[in-house]
Write a protein that binds this ligand. Structure first.
Ligand code: ATP
Ligand code: MG
Length: 254
């Protein structure tokens, strides 16, 4: 795991009349091992920010660092999890998990152990030889998450990974993230529209303004892990939720 630093980053798409300012002078320091969520209005530039950190885009202005290095093109040190899972349909669950370490050329023996460990952590030890088409959407998402962790990246980037799931499946994903956090701490940038989700999984929630996105506020989440689902009923939790809703709304008055 390593830190991520976004310094004075702006991103402009297009030119002339079609110019779109997606990010403006964004600054964010994510500590090594920290789990940070980005929340903000639709179209403000959250995916753009992740794509810049992943190396899919290069910034119009500013610098992104992964640890001490300026972020270059995509590599195995940064893994992205999208809303639609990226599980390969032609590989079994186990082979999907083995794929990342294999393309990175790592020792097979250690990885076999990691594959079996993560299969068990997501409760799919009985499904190692199954093909994705025989799994539910929630199960495929578990494979997707396990695969991201097995490949052992320095930085994990997640773009609304649970956006398409029902609330019960989502809750089980939060528990899985908490278990993974215990087993293998990662530096994570997580984009979500779901404020409760952001509070459940994060060390810190970053609030972004409408496009061109600036970082307008941050809220530290003081609750210890593991966070239980019924924590949502606590007044402290609800107060934080309302604070984030308020922060998301304040720019309207600017
Ligand atoms: N490749 C591109 N070319 C032109 N404009 C783009 C490109 N990618 C993103 N944009 C624009 O940049 C802005 C920010 O888009 P982005 O996808 O980062 O928003 P977002 O915060 O992830 O939105 P959502 O919450 O809906 O996922 C939008 O206006 C979008 O249309
Ligand atoms: Mg997006």
């Amino acid at each position: 795991m390593t830190s991520v630093s976004i310094s004075d980053v702006s991103m402009i798409f297009g030119s002339g009349e079609n110019v779109v300012y997606a990010l403006k002078d964004a600054n964010l320091e994510v500590q090594s091992g920290e789990f940070v969520s980005l929340v903000g209005p639709s179209g403000c530039g959250k995916t753009t920010a992740l794509n810049l950190v992943a190396g899919f885009l290069s910034a119009t202005k500013g610098v992104i660092r992964i640890g001490d290095h300026v972020a270059g093109p995509p590599d195995g040190k940064r893994v992205v999890v999208f809303q639609d899972d990226a599980v390969f349909p032609w590989l079994t669950v186990r082979k999907n998990l083995e794929y990342g370490p294999r393309v990175q050329g790592r020792a097979a023996s250690a990885d076999r152990e990691a594959v079996e460990k993560y299969l068990a952590l997501v409760g799919l030890e009985q499904f190692g030889d199954a093909y994705p088409k025989n799994l539910s959407g929630g199960m495929r998402k578990r494979v997707d998450l396990a695969r991201a962790y097995v490949s052992d990246p320095e930085v994990l980037l997640m773009d609304e990974p649970f956006g398409a799931l029902d609330i019960f499946t989502k809750e089980s994903m939060w528990e899985i993230l908490t278990t993974f956090r215990r087993e293998s701490r990662k530096t994570v940038i997580f984009v979500t529209h779901d404020i409760e989700e952001a509070i459940m999984v994060s060390d810190r929630v970053i609030v972004m303004s409408p496009r061109p996105a600036r970082i307008t506020a941050e809220v530290r989440i003081p609750f210890a892990f593991p966070r239980h689902l019924d924590a949502r009923n606590q007044p402290e939790f609800q107060a934080l939720r309302q604070e984030i809703v308020r922060l998301l709304g304040t720019h309207r008055d600017e």
